[in-house]
Design a protein around this ligand. Structure first.
Ligand code: GDP
Ligand code: GDP
Length: 465
């Protein structure tokens, strides 16, 4: 979970109602017994594409002998202490009360990123109160209805703005775990496609080259860049021991992330191979397209496959380069064999580009570069909802989902909710009952119909009536 959010406000403004909505719980778990310690005071929460933790102030049962005001104050202080961002809530139906102003002072003094929220704004009765909220001097009040789920997209945007994009979408172990659980995230909420940064052709495309020691990465990088094409030399990079290089190819700006540490450690071999994987992982996270360099004379070692699998799980575009092709005797037969093996060993991503190259002679480098650009384009692709649903009608008609426990599953519609990599939400009845094999059928169908080879495709299933 990236960040922690605390909902602050006087009693009755609707904090628990919003809390429950964010953590996805139907009823508040209320425990009035004094002295009951609850081991978990922060809960996983979700708001569209934001994943975070929300502090459960109701669970802060400290200083039970204090007055209500004292307890409230203490709870608020602790919650604020733990939070990266404060959501300060008022009740727009009631308007500002002296208590609201007291709480406003407390949160203002905390000096943390803050979102002011006017709750209960469904209907006209709230208009005056929402206006009044401006008086607090805490910026624009975001109008929501916690009970009816209104204004949640505005709330999402406001939270992102308050803490900044970087922090809001910080990745961590939990995300990696989710990725590991597979392509299908049941019940995942849809994300806001407009929140996605648009594909910008003028920005340098970020590439990483990874592979086992001695596969030929350094040689390949030198070939790809070529001294004459070098725009900027090695610069202090994103991480302590990484360098990046920018250059141009066919008018397209490229930025290569190369972890110097990876190469240095690679020389030490065996013992440090685990470390070099960690460095590679860092490069992978920065990149949009990752090229895995195989030594074609000894391809598909376990570690090669692990790296490729990791790149796919991280949602990056992947291109395979089979290097040292000059050493291969029966090139034609071997190429067929490699394609067959690629399809079998990396079935998650059909149509992966596997390109033979010789870093030493420079053969195949242009095709590799073309492949990188093409895969990057597919990875960025967006398909209109209209086209998607015309396609869906066809495939579902042709091969309907199976009946489960005597009841037919209904697939309602599909939308693309994100790109980089392409992600789709499929609305259907009983998502938990849709067999994985049917999801795979749809993913493969999508790939073919919309020409999306070689990139991970995320398919999320969402319940609809
Ligand atoms: P807390 O004390 O701040 O945690 O407030 P609660 O979440 O317990 O809500 C207080 C009351 O306001 C409850 O009766 C809720 O049903 C009601 N409430 C919460 N959100 C809304 C809303 O968006 N609109 C309306 N009309 N009532 C709400
Ligand atoms: P890295 O550890 O992955 O960066 O690999 P290097 O670029 O240092 O290359 C390892 C060895 O493979 C060196 O001896 C290179 O000369 C050799 N090598 C790299 N590319 C090729 C190639 O295309 N053909 C042949 N025959 N040897 C290559």
């Amino acid at each position: 979970m990236g960040f922690t959010l605390a909902i602050i406000g006087r009693p009755n403004v609707g904090k628990s109602t919003l809390f429950n909505r964010l953590v996805g719980r139907k009823i508040a778990i209320v425990d009035d017994t004094p002295g009951v310690t609850r081991d978990r005071r922060v809960h996983d929460a979700k708001l569209y594409d934001l994943q975070f933790e929300v502090v459960d102030t109701a669970g802060l049962e400290i200083a039970p002998n204090e007055s209500l005001a004292g307890r409230m104050r203490a709870q608020t202080d602790i919650a604020i202490e733990e939070a990266d961002v404060i959501l300060f809530m008022i009740d727009a139906r009631v308007g500002l009360t002296p208590d609201d102003r007291t709480f406003a002072d407390i949160v203002r003094r905390a000096g943390k990123p803050l979102v002011l929220v006017a709750n209960k704004t469904e209907g006209r009765a709230a208009e005056a109160g929402a206006m009044e909220a401006w008086e607090l001097g805490l910026g624009q009040p975001i109008e929501i209805s916690a009970e009816h789920g209104l204004g949640m997209a505005d709330l999402r945007d406001a939270v992102v703005e308050a803490i900044g994009k970087e922090r809001a979408f910080e990745e961590d172990e939990a995300d990696a775990l989710v990725a590991e659980l597979g392509e299908v995230l049941i019940g995942e909420d849809i994300t806001d496609p407009d929140a996605e940064p648009a594909y910008d052709e003028t920005k340098p495309m970020r590439i990483a080259i990874v592979g086992r020691p001695n596969a030929g990465k350094s040689t390949l990088i030198n070939q790809m860049i070529g001294e004459e094409r070098l725009l900027t030399g090695p610069e202090a990079g994103i991480t302590r021991d990484s360098i990046s290089v920018e250059w141009e190819w066919k008018g397209r700006e490229l930025k290569l992330f190369d972890t110097a540490g990876m190469r240095r450690k690679a020389r030490v071999q065996e013992k440090l191979e685990k470390l070099s994987v960690a460095d590679g992982l860092r490069a992978i996270r920065f990149a949009e397209v990752v090229v895995v360099v195989f030594d074609a004379t000894i391809p598909f070692e376990k570690q090669d496959l692990q790296i490729a699998d990791l790149i796919i799980r991280e949602g990056r575009a992947l291109v395979l380069a089979f290097n040292k092709w000059d050493l291969i005797e029966d090139k034609q037969a071997y190429l067929i064999e490699l394609h067959e093996k690629t399809t079998r060993l990396l079935p998650q991503v059909r149509g992966l580009l596997a390109i033979p190259v010789s870093a030493e002679t420079g053969r195949g480098i242009d095709r590799l570069m073309d492949g990188i650009v093409k895969t990057h384009e597919v990875w960025n692709r967006r398909i209109s909802t209209g086209r998607l649903n015309r396609w869906l009608e066809g495939v579902v008609g042709h091969h309907p989902p199976p009946a489960v426990a005597g009841r037919r599953l209904k697939i309602k519609y599909i939308t693309q909710v994100k790109a980089r990599p392409p992600g789709f939400v499929l609305s259907c009845t009983r998502p938990e009952a849709v067999p994985q094999s049917y999801v795979r059928y749809l993913v493969n169908g999508l790939r073919e119909a919309f020409d999306m080879p070689g990139v991970p495709i995320r398919m999320m299933l969402r319940a609809s009536e």
